[in-house]
Design a binder for this molecule. Structure first.
Ligand code: HAM
Length: 418
């Protein structure tokens, strides 16, 4: 049996990797401008880290986590998201004591969720995300939304709608939940099976169910926006004012409830109609109680994460891989060692140089040089070595010139780098 990769786990092949490098480099540059530093957390974390923060009743924890049994130290989960791990690390290393507040951290890391693979949905995917820890001012929420909007602008991604909501807090949510349940109870039998399951434990999730029947029912449901406590109300209006200063346009979506339980107040998603069914390119929000949920002190926080595969699928550009500059064609066995020495010297000078590792005819070596897309090929044979020269062939102009071997590096440096 031919061994292949698992479903939903994809290879990123060399032609595509150039684009990933660009995405990562632009992200690092822009996030640095906004004062963010990179953090890298382990792939494996304790299962409880996610069940206590993302939520015991969420799809991620119930159905999608890859769990490795570990009797001694507790079961291990392949990280399904980054936020809980970043907050854990922040507390574990007591970063609050040594670094300025807010602590601004970003990550570019693989995540794992056992979901049904489809376009834009994988089992191993990558997120670039950021978390700002330590303050609860909506100014930081607005700055973060502006930062991501600027990142997408940098990539010329257009047709993005920013959807905004506030999901309330521990003070005002319980009363609203009861009101919502009372409304939904009348149509309980018409809800889909998933939503019937959500009814008791997480009725707010019913609001953003994608099933048509459920959508019809929730269209007239009470919304959180009419039930905020005073603090949530102020937080949300200030957020909108700050977004105005940043020049960010958004659409209020009072039915947007994110699929993770840790959110309070601010919730946002950036959606693109070009992405098909999986239309969210990124999602985020505020999670002021998460740190306490995982046994830490009170640390308010706000963050977001973007699916890099989804971002890349929206990018129009195709970047050529960095080409090889020079190919050395070896004519006869005696030329191999001098050719390798020449390759060493050319590379030392920063010239990307390849040669043929096996005994091949000149014709086949020239074909390889063509495939590599080099501009110059050096022909090195016994005759040339005897004369102390090599032939430098310009592959674009189809011209060639003899060059003394000691002058080769300088000549090619001049030609390749101008
Ligand atoms: P999330 O909405 O679960 O949020 O995921 C964020 C983004 O990751 C999605 O919008 C999507 O682009 C991408 N994504 C999620 N699942 C998949 C998948 N199976 N395949 C491909 N891409 C996927 C979070 O993860 C939160 N930690 C975001 C956050 C950070 N909130 C506060 N801070």
């Amino acid at each position: 049996m031919k061994i292949q990769s698992f479903r939903g786990f994809r290879d990123i092949l060399p032609d595509e990797v150039a684009l990933w490098h660009t995405v990562e480099a632009e992200t690092r540059e822009l996030f640095g401008l906004y004062g963010y530093s990179e953090i890298r957390t382990p792939v494996l974390e304790k299962v409880e880290l996610f069940s206590r923060s993302v939520g015991e009743d969420t799809d991620i924890v119930q159905k999608e986590m890859y769990v490795i049994e570990n009797k001694r130290e507790g079961n291990m989960a392949l990280r399904p998201e980054g936020t809980a791990a970043v907050v854990r690390a922040y507390n574990e290393h007591n970063l609050a004591a040594s670094r300025p507040v807010p602590e601004k951290l970003y990550y570019i890391l693989p995540m794992f969720r056992h979901e049904r693979p489809q376009a834009g949905r994988f089992r191993q995917f990558h997120q670039l995300g950021a978390e700002a820890l330590g303050i609860d001012s909506p100014a930081i929420d607005a700055e973060m939304i502006a930062m991501v909007a600027n990142l997408l602008k940098k990539f010329n991604v257009s047709n993005i709608e920013i959807q905004l909501n506030s999901v309330g807090c521990k003070a005002c949510r319980p009363a609203y939940r009861e009101k919502l349940k009372a409304y939904l109870a009348a149509s309980y039998n018409d809800l889909c099976q998933d939503c019937q399951n959500r009814f008791e434990r997480n009725p707010m999730r019913i609001l953003d169910c994608k099933q048509e029947g459920c959508q019809r029912i929730v269209a007239a449901a009470p919304v959180m926006i009419d039930h905020y406590c005073q603090d949530c109300h102020i937080h949300f209006s200030e957020l909108q004012e700050y977004l105005g200063i940043w020049g960010i346009e958004f659409r209020m979506n009072p039915r947007m409830v994110r699929g993770l339980d840790y959110y309070v107040r601010t919730a946002f998603e950036f959606v693109s109609s070009s992405l098909g069914a999986q239309s969210a390119i990124l999602g985020g929000g505020r999670y002021d109680g998460l740190s306490e949920d995982i046994g830490g002190p009170h640390v308010p926080g706000v963050g977001f994460a973007m699916g890099i595969e989804r971002l890349i699928s929206l990018l129009q550009v195709e970047l050529p891989p960095k080409p090889i500059d020079v190919f050395i064609a070896i004519l006869g066995a005696a030329a191999r060692k001098p050719a390798i020495a020449l390759q060493r010297d050319l590379r030392q000078a920063g010239i990307r140089t390849e040669l043929e590792y096996q005994e091949k005819s000149l014709k086949s070596q020239m074909k390889k040089a063509g495939k590599l897309g080099v501009t110059y090929t050096i022909l090195l044979g016994e005759d040339e070595l005897e004369k102390g020269i090599a032939v430098v062939r310009d592959m674009v102009e189809s011209s060639q010139q003899e060059v003394a071997i000691p002058q080769l590096v300088e000549t090619l440096l001049h030609r390749v780098r101008g």
